[in-house]
Design a protein around this ligand. Structure first.
Ligand SMILES: Nc1nc2c(ncn2[C@@H]2O[C@H](COP(=O)(O)OP(=O)(O)OP(=O)(O)O)[C@@H](O)[C@H]2O)c(=O)[nH]1
Ligand SMILES: [Mg+2]
Length: 259
């Protein structure tokens, strides 16, 4: 299991933020909304009786009917809001929610939590209409927690991504782990391509101009060939190709999504 100490540090940050905050915004990736729901965050919120909203961020990367279906599914458990920090989606609705929350208490603190790289800091910047939180395609950008004043009596708390006790391979599949830090990038890319083949193979055709093979490894090879990533001797550099594919997913270049 990867780095329990780091995990504990993050869990303690989550606990701290959860006790400071009145409300939780759990940010998920709208492309894989169920897989990026964070069990630790939801469990801690439940234990502490904190109201939790699920924000489906990066909605600009998926079709509208898909994200609406995801929202409907999640709404059975938590209030859900479709959002994009990059495009103007859901901002008014979220602002309305915040306004309503602000009426309930003298001072309202909203903890923004979720897996690394789902767009927590970007969401805060969008609401604030100013770059107050550092963002990056690299998972693990935000380190400590940071209090940001949104309004007279409204504060947002930016936090580092919360990782649960999971294998780095599984985190990488969520776009929450830096591909270079993987021991076996090819294995992860294999699993990732397997998922895409299952849900939306044309995403690979669109991204790389290749004809996906039903064998994920062959598909990875085809991508490497197309990109002309070679090892000395002429074979396809699978390692490099695997990292590239995982980065393309992180950067939103592969248009796939599933529930
Ligand atoms: N397409 C798209 N990309 C987004 C959106 N929001 C954030 N991103 C991108 O996702 C990446 C991660 O964004 P951050 O805001 O740094 O994510 P974070 O959750 O704060 O990440 P950590 O601090 O590492 O946990 C960046 O490359 C952003 O540009 C969005 O709504 N749409
Ligand atoms: Mg951040």
């Amino acid at each position: 299991m990867e780095k329990p100490r780091e995990w504990l540090r993050e869990k303690s940050i989550a606990k701290k933020v959860l006790s400071q905050a009145n409300v939780i915004f759990e940010v998920v990736d709208a492309r894989i909304p169920q897989e990026t729901r964070n069990k630790v965050v939801e469990q801690l919120a439940k234990e502490r009786n904190k109201k939790l909203y699920i924000i489906l961020n990066k909605a600009d990367l998926v079709p509208k009917d898909f994200v609406e279906k995801a929202k409907k599914q999640i709404s059975q458990e938590y209030p859900a809001i479709v959002f994009s920090a990059h495009k103007n989606i859901g901002k008014k609705e979220l602002e309305k929610v915040i306004k309503e929350l602000a009426k309930e208490k003298k001072i309202i603190k909203i903890g923004v939590l979720g897996y690394p790289n789902v767009g927590k800091s970007s969401l805060i910047n969008t609401l604030k209409k100013k770059k107050v939180a550092t963002t990056s395609p690299k998972p693990g950008m935000t380190r400590g927690e940071k209090l940001i004043r949104l309004d007279k009596n409204v504060y947002l708390i930016d936090t580092p991504g919360i990782i649960t006790l999971e294998f780095q391979e599984d985190l990488a599949l969520k776009g929450s782990w830096i591909p270079e830090k993987l021991e076996q990038p090819v294995e992860v890319a294999y699993k990732f391509i397997e998922k895409i083949l299952q849900h939306r193979p044309q995403a690979l055709r669109e991204a790389y101009g290749i004809e996906p093979d039903e064998d994920p490894l062959k598909t990875l090879e085809k991508i490497g060939e197309k990109l002309n990533y070679r090892v000395s001797g002429g074979g396809v550099d699978l390692d490099r190709t695997a990292k590239k594919v995982l980065w393309d997913w992180i950067k939103g270049h592969i248009k796939a999504f599933w529930l």
